[in-house]
Every structure is written in structure tokens, then in C-alpha cells.
Design a protein around this ligand. Structure first.
Ligand code: 2IT
Length: 445
């Protein structure tokens, strides 16, 4: 029999100074501990000990030259966490906050998220503490080349297939893939999120944002409600927020906030015109990491240094980075009458925030369910690459919708509590976990 607290204490002792990793393990384990204790096969196979230790962690040095001809050094990593159900799959994050602990948490989350999609993908994540903020295009190119020169040794279309994440979008994927092709001489789709000209999939850029709205739509339907007319607070302004805002507008809901490290904007008219949506992409590509210019351009209100969770809304979608919505933010949203919360960033909610929403019986989706559309369409990009074909926009979008509906169904079947409340966190964790654990039992150690 496992005891959650003693297991976590031991994990902490073995993995010091990795609080995000410990937190992500705690979140999954608190949902699955009874399932594990009830299953002698999981206990005999030591699933908990084995699933919380990465298969391997690759750590390397990235040397590159800046525009002033100075040599710069960054850290590079790839965490290959678990490949029981398919090749390692997960994004690369380039952000100054990245540490090994961050990438271990993201790779751990990815195992269960990928499992939930129903596609054959294992869990991995990589990245660097390189910050694209303020860098020129040439500097980003040189950094990406150097990063891939080392990383390519560990990749392959059936081994490990990275993609984008924070700081890694279409431009960076292009530079990384270009270097992979130069060194390996292969056109295998070893990265996803590629441009359409060289093997990318339609709908991949939109997939995370569209997917989170498809998931939200299922949540609302399950509660006899609809997206029509809902007011939404959304954080971030990158790729995920862009796709989410676009789909929300299509569904008749209104996104009224966006945010950056500098603060947030309130646009009461809604972030819903092609001009506003395209401006988000433009802002991202300036590498300045600020949202204030949006307020100036479209006559919206800019609130400096604060987060959008103080604005009264029906739905909240954190779409930026981990731990961006705290217990205090949750209490503010609850007292302002929030009805649904959809964690779209990975671990966007702190543990306190999750507890606040669950205790208040507010339907709250965890990131590993709601944001799985991104990696799901990455899986579809891998399939198209392997078959040397391209599916139409409708074909990919229909599959994405089907996958998100499937994930919602999994959450309900494992997450419904006695009082009828759907505990999406528990549902997602149990269904994602079981498939990987069963595979591990069958594969032997
Ligand atoms: O967090 C994520 O799921 C991603 N950044 C996407 C990963 C992928 O392989 O498409």
C-alpha cells in the first residue's frame, strides 16, 4: 500500500530543488493513488516508482554567437520521460525561466496528456534557458542551429519527436528542422509544427487554442449550457491564446482580456476581428513580450503589472505559463461569479487555486485534458508525414474535434463524484495514467 505523503517526501529527497516537478507528480498521484492501491499488478510492477523516474535526461551545452560577435552559452535539455505507448513526444521551451525541474514537470504531464489523446505517443519535453526576448532573427537562427546540432543525436521519427512550446513557434521549428536536415540528410517528420511547405499539417498552429474551446464546449454541454454570449478572461497573447480567441469568437463567446509579463488589457468589444487576431501574431514575432501596444492600437484599457483574474467573467482560460493563477486569483474569480475554468497552460493553476475551484464545485478542466489538442494534431502531423500525404483542413479539424470529445468523455467516465460533480482533474489523471500503467505492466521492466 502506498501512502501519498511518504511517497512524495521520498521523491523530494531524490529530486531536490525541483518544486514544479514534485507538484505535478503530487497532482497526478493524489488522483490515482486509490487506483494503484486497489491493483496488485500495479503494485507488483512498481508502477509508481517507475513512472516518476525519467527514462533518461539529456543535458548539453549550447554555444552561439550574438550580433556583437560575442560568444554566448546556454543550457539545453531533452527529458525522455516515458515511451511505453509510443515515441517520446513533446515540445521544446525556450524561456529564461527554464530549469531541468521545469522540463521534468512538463515531460511528466505530457505522458498522461498524450495518453489521453488516444494516439500512440510517449512523454518528453526539452528546451533551454535561452530567452528569445529582445533577440534578432539572426541570433535566433544561430541559437537554433547550435541547439539542434547536439539534440539531433537523440531524435528520430520513431524515437523522439519534439515540437514547439513557449518561445518556439513556426520560425524556430523551421530553423531547427533546417539544421536537422543538413546534418542527417533526412526528410522524416522529426519535428512537428512545421510549415506547410515542408511537411507541416493544416490546423497545427491553431490546434491548442481550437482544442481548448472544443473541450470547453463539451464541458458546457455536459452542464446544459452553451458558449453563446459567454464572457471570457484569457491570459497570454501567444499562439495558444490566438487560437483560443479565434475559436471563441466563432462560437459566439467574447474574449475580453489578454495579458503579457507587463500587465493585461481589457477589450470590452472582444478580441474577435481578423485585425486584432493578426496583431497578436505580430506582437509575438516582435520578440518584445509586451501586450501594452494592443491597448494603444485598439483603444482598449491597459492595466499595468496585474493579472486578468480580477475582471468579472463567466469563464477563465489561463493560456500563458505554469502557476499563473493562484489561490488568491481563484478566490477573486469565484467571488466575481466565474462559472467554468479551463486550464490551458500546463499547470497554469497552483494547487491552492485548483482546490478553491473544486471546493466551490466549479467545473475546472486540467491542462493535460484541455490543451491536448496541440499535441494531438502533432500526432496527426506524424501520421501524415509517415504516409507522405496531406489531409484537408476539414479532415484534421474533424479529427481534432473527435479527439477532444473523446478526452472529455474519458474525464466524465473516471471523474464523476457522488454528488454528481465532474472532477475533471481526477478523471483526466486516472484515464491518462491507466493506459500507460497497463502498457508498462505488459511490457515488463
Ligand atoms: O505542451 C504541449 O503539449 C506542447 N507544447 C505541444 C507538444 C507537441 O508535441 O505538439
Amino acid at each position: 500500500m502506498y501512502d501519498l505523503n511518504s511517497f512524495i517526501d521520498e521523491l523530494e529527497r531524490k529530486n531536490p530543488a525541483q518544486p514544479e516537478f514534485i507538484e505535478s507528480v503530487r497532482e497526478v498521484l493524489q488522483s490515482v493513488i486509490d487506483t494503484v492501491n486497489d491493483n496488485p499488478l500495479y503494485i507488483r510492477n512498481r508502477i509508481l516508482e517507475r513512472i516518476t523516474e525519467p527514462d533518461r535526461v539529456i543535458s548539453f551545452k549550447v554555444e552561439w554567437e550574438n550580433d556583437d560577435h560575442e560568444i554566448c552559452v546556454n543550457k539545453g535539455y531533452r527529458v525522455q520521460f516515458n515511451n511505453a505507448i509510443g515515441p517520446y513526444k513533446g515540445g521544446l521551451r525556450f524561456h529564461s525561466s527554464v530549469t531541468l525541474g521545469t522540463l521534468k514537470f512538463l515531460a511528466f504531464e505530457q505522458i498522461f496528456k498524450n495518453s489521453l489523446t488516444g494516439l500512440p505517443m510517449g512523454g518528453g519535453k526539452g528546451g533551454s534557458d535561452f530567452s528569445p526576448k529582445g533577440k534578432s532573427d539572426d541570433e535566433i537562427l544561430r541559437f537554433c542551429r547550435s541547439f539542434m546540432t547536439e539534440l539531433q543525436k537523440y531524435l528520430g521519427p520513431d524515437t523522439d519527436v519534439p515540437a514547439g512550446d513557449i518561445g518556439v513557434g513556426g520560425r524556430e521549428i523551421g530553423y531547427l528542422y533546417g539544421q536537422y536536415k543538413k546534418i542527417r540528410g533526412e526528410n522524416t517528420g522529426v519535428l512537428t509544427g512545421k510549415a506547410l511547405e515542408f511537411g507541416g499539417s493544416l490546423i497545427r498552429p491553431e490546434a491548442t487554442g481550437f482544442g481548448t474551446m472544443y473541450f470547453a464546449n463539451e464541458m458546457l454541454k455536459a452542464h446544459g449550457d452553451s458558449m453563446e454570449g459567454k464572457k471570457i478572461a484569457l491570459s497570454g497573447f501567444g499562439n495558444v491564446a490566438w487560437g483560443a480567441a479565434m475559436k471563441a469568437a466563432e462560437m459566439g463567446a467574447k474574449v475580453i482580456t489578454l495579458s503579457g509579463p507587463d500587465g493585461y488589457i481589457i477589450d470590452e468589444k472582444g478580441v474577435n476581428t481578423p485585425e486584432k487576431l493578426n496583431y497578436m501574431l505580430y506582437l509575438r514575432n516582435t520578440n518584445n513580450d509586451v501586450i501594452e501596444p494592443y491597448a494603444r492600437k485598439f483603444g482598449a484599457t491597459f492595466v499595468k503589472g496585474r493579472k486578468p483574474w480580477e475582471v468579472p467573467v463567466d469563464m477563465a482560460f489561463p493560456c500563458a505559463i505554469q502557476n499563473e493563477l493562484s489561490g488568491e486569483d481563484a478566490r477573486a474569480l469565484i467571488s466575481n461569479g466565474v462559472k467554468y475554468v479551463v486550464e490551458t497552460s500546463n499547470m497554469g493553476l497552483t494547487r491552492d487555486a485548483f482546490e478553491e475551484f473544486i471546493n466551490a464545485r466549479i467545473p475546472t478542466a486540467p491542462g493535460k485534458a484541455a490543451n491536448a489538442g496541440g499535441v494531438a494534431v502533432s500526432g496527426l502531423e506524424m501520421s501524415q508525414n509517415a504516409m507522405h500525404i496531406r489531409w484537408s483542413e476539414k479532415e484534421v479539424d474533424d479529427r481534432l474535434k473527435g479527439i477532444m470529445e473523446g478526452i472529455h468523455h474519458s474525464c466524465i467516465s473516471e471523474g464523476r463524484e457522488e454528488d454528481g460533480y465532474i472532477n475533471y482533474q481526477k478523471g483526466a489523471n486516472i484515464s491518462g495514467f491507466k493506459k500507460v500503467a497497463d502498457a508498462m505492466c505488459q511490457l515488463g521492466y
